[in-house]
Write a protein that binds this ligand. Structure first.
Ligand SMILES: O=C(O)C(=O)C[C@H](O)[C@H](O)CO
Ligand SMILES: [Mg+2]
Length: 402
């Protein structure tokens, strides 16, 4: 069996997606996601110019060898561009292998460990009242877990608060939008939000919150302590994680569960966090961490330390990543939760998929492979459009973390 063609498809049905399609001499094809929000064309080029020419003629069944060939063979290791590109090829190869085995991917991975994948949705509003209403709307839609983000008094824009209700998309401008951040305003405000949410809805539903890398470790410790009475499922990206030791300081001050890792690329980014039990959930998604082949290693390491998975699933993770993640989530023993932001109908039409939402859970469906394809004619209707994530500055103009 050999790979006889492979291509990169860039499409923008409302937002940009980079997809790899690998064709084999047996007529079976596989699809992988390589989208890196705001830096899409760099991964498209890495694939098109450097990886795909080396892929043609190889045996698609040798997934491990192909992974090692691209990881070790580049000499230059890790990083979001490299690992997203490798991930796309890896996802497509697992898709092919599962199709050849005539199995849904979860069966090939070891079979289902659960009946459904609990997901959390995003409720957000311009102020506390709107956010409370939105959480209520998600509850009425059947969600068991909801992330709550709100506009902050005194700040013009806050992370996680979009314009539309269902399709939040931060990469919204051809050049980065500038936003302003103030930590004191945020810290004074967030506990009030969760106090009111618990007051209104009680403790039956899981509530989550994303700090989006905005606090220093001691500030994160303080926020965690202030939020403890509200029993959050997790506090996400409480501080930037380049220095894994930073989480030790947070842990010393609070028992709030900590989630991190949506920007990680390999097991090396979370090795110390996991081995020192400084986190509770690892969020690195299949597209960032070199595909299933490498994500399995991260999940297995995490399992040894009772760290659970909670993969990133914002709209910049394409339906191909979502479908693949759901098969992984269905199998992985140390599953925690899966983030789920719905894609637009245009995106769903470009990526026909077998997964569906019911009663607070996503289900991968029983299609063979990972169950997601790309409709190339639909994709061709939507050419690439430059779009960047915003940047953040402090009130005095200093560059900060968005
Ligand atoms: O979904 C989340 O938790 C995010 O933090 C979303 C990110 O801002 C987004 O995916 C960046 O592209
Ligand atoms: Mg996040």
């Amino acid at each position: 069996m050999r790979i006889d063609a492979a291509k990169v498809i860039v499409t923008c049905p409302g937002r940009n997606f980079v997809t790899v399609k690998i064709m084999t001499d047996q007529g079976v094809h596989g699809v992988g996601d390589a989208t890196l929000n705001g830096r899409e064309l760099s991964v498209a080029s890495y694939l098109q110019d450097h990886l795909l020419p080396c892929l043609i003629g190889r045996d698609p069944r040798r997934i491990e060898d192909i992974w090692q060939y691209f990881y070790r063979g580049a000499y230059w290791r890790r990083g979001p561009v490299t690992m997203s590109a490798i991930a796309a090829i890896d996802m497509a190869l697992w898709d092919i292998k599962a199709k050849m085995a005539n199995m849904p991917l979860y069966d090939l991975l070891g079979g289902k460990s659960r009946e459904g994948v609990m997901v959390y949705g995003h409720a957000n509003g311009a102020d506390i009242e709107q956010t409370i209403d939105e959480v209520g709307r998600y509850i009425s839609l059947g969600y068991r877990a909801i992330r709550a983000q709100s506009g902050i008094p005194g700040l013009a824009a806050a992370y996680g608060v979009g314009r539309g209700k269902d399709y939040y998309e931060p990469a919204d401008a051809a050049l980065p939008t500038e936003t302003v951040w103030d930590t004191a305003k945020y810290l004074n405000f967030v506990p009030k939000l969760f106090d009111k949410l618990r007051d209104r809805y009680g403790f039956e539903h899981h509530l989550l919150h994303d700090v989006h890398h905005r606090l220093r470790p001691i500030e994160a410790g303080r926020l965690g302590k202030m939020l403890e009475p509200y029993g959050l499922f997790w506090l996400e990206d409480a501080t930037p994680a380049e220095n894994q030791e930073a989480f030790r300081l947070i842990r010393q001050h609070t028992t709030i569960p900590l989630a991190v890792g949506e920007v990680f690329n390999t097991v090396w980014d979370c090795k110390d966090l996991i081995q020192n039990q400084l986190i509770d959930y690892i969020r690195t998604p299949v597209v960032r961490a070199g595909g299933i082949t490498h994500l399995r290693r991260i999940a297995d390491l995490a399992a040894l330390y009772q760290v659970q998975t909670g993969f990133h699933g914002a709209t910049d993770l394409s339906p191909v990543t979502m479908g693949t993640a759901l098969h992984f989530d269905s199998w992985v023993p140390n599953f925690g939760i899966q983030e789920y932001m719905r894609h637009t109908p245009e995106t769903d039409a470009v990526f026909p998929h077998a997964y569906h939402f019911a009663d607070g859970y996503l289900h991968p469906g029983d299609a063979i492979g990972h169950g997601v394809d790309i409709d190339e004619a639909e994709a061709a209707k939507y050419p690439y459009k430059p779009a960047y994530l915003p940047v953040a500055r402090l009130e005095d103009g200093t560059m900060f973390n968005w």
